[in-house]
Write a protein that binds this ligand. Structure first.
Ligand SMILES: [Zn+2]
Length: 274
């Protein structure tokens, strides 16, 4: 279930140009007194080529976010020997992020954010995978980190570059939402079209698993996915319809099964039956 820190997740997206690679930034934060943060530009240093020589990609955060350390992930495992808090937080990621999706994880970045609004962030990596950033201060709250990974993984799957293009796309061949263009036939496109017609929320809190879900279609999808995987006690006609849609998607359904298997094995979260 939810930690006592509310999971209101803030979003930011922007498309930036860094070393000829488009990098979009998603921010999932849970500010208590803040609406969706203003748009920010994500930038990343690019290090392609030999994996063993990969350098840490730098991503931009809000100014009050301090970088603590980075883990370059190769073939699903840290390239370098980890110690201390980095090793501790990697252990949680390793126990939660299913191996079937592990090649999507290019880098784990650990940050410390003074305002304590940040839970997790995913950035597309120049390698084609993703950079997951977590706040070291959450190390004491394993369940929150696990829940965050569930949420972020649903972004990783539904915002993959093959099915989603960040930013405004002229003639988007699917559904254009504020974050970008979801290809026709994808679960995010269907989800947005049905539950966010015109990219607009219904405005009825009963239609959403929590407040943050009502901020944007892709966050609604990810929070609903998290509620479904973790068995949060949520109910409502539209919430049920959203879960049915996610459960009918083969990729999300496989991801949900894989996550539940990991969480049953080594979790701080009590999964509800069903
Ligand atoms: Zn999110």
């Amino acid at each position: 279930m939810l930690s006592n820190r509310a999971r209101i997740t803030g979003l930011s997206v922007a498309v930036g140009l860094a070393a000829a690679v488009n990098v979009a930034q998603l921010v999932d934060a849970h500010p208590w007194d803040d609406d969706a943060p203003s748009t920010r530009i994500g930038t990343a240093g690019v290090a392609l080529g030999d994996d063993a020589a990969r350098i840490v990609e730098r991503v931009s955060y809000r100014q009050d976010v301090e970088r603590v350390g980075d883990v370059i992930v190769i073939d699903g495992q840290p390239r370098d020997v980890l110690e201390g808090e980095l090793a501790e937080i990697w252990e949680i990621v390793d126990a939660t992020w299913p191996m079937a999706q592990r090649d999507e994880l290019a880098q784990l970045s650990i940050v410390r954010e003074r305002s304590r609004g940040l839970v997790g962030v995913v950035h597309p990596s120049a390698t084609g995978g993703w950079i997951l950033s977590l706040d070291i201060a959450d190390l004491e709250d394993r369940a929150l980190i696990e829940e965050t990974i569930v949420h972020e993984l649903s972004h990783v799957v539904t915002l993959d570059s093959e099915v989603f293009t960040f930013g405004k796309v002229d003639g988007c061949p699917g559904v254009q939402i504020e974050l970008g263009c979801a290809e026709a036939g994808t679960v995010l496109a269907e989800f947005a079209e049905r539950f966010w017609p015109g990219d607009i929320s219904s405005g009825d809190p009963a239609d959403f698993v929590n407040n943050y879900a009502s901020t944007a279609p892709h966050e609604d999808l990810s929070e609903t996915f998290t509620a479904w995987v973790l068995g949060w006690p949520v109910e409502g006609r539209l919430i049920d319809a959203k879960i049915d849609m996610l459960a009918a998607d083969a990729e999300l359904s496989d991801l949900a099964d894989a996550l539940r298997a990991e969480l049953v094995a080594a979790s701080a979260i009590q999964l509800n039956a069903g």
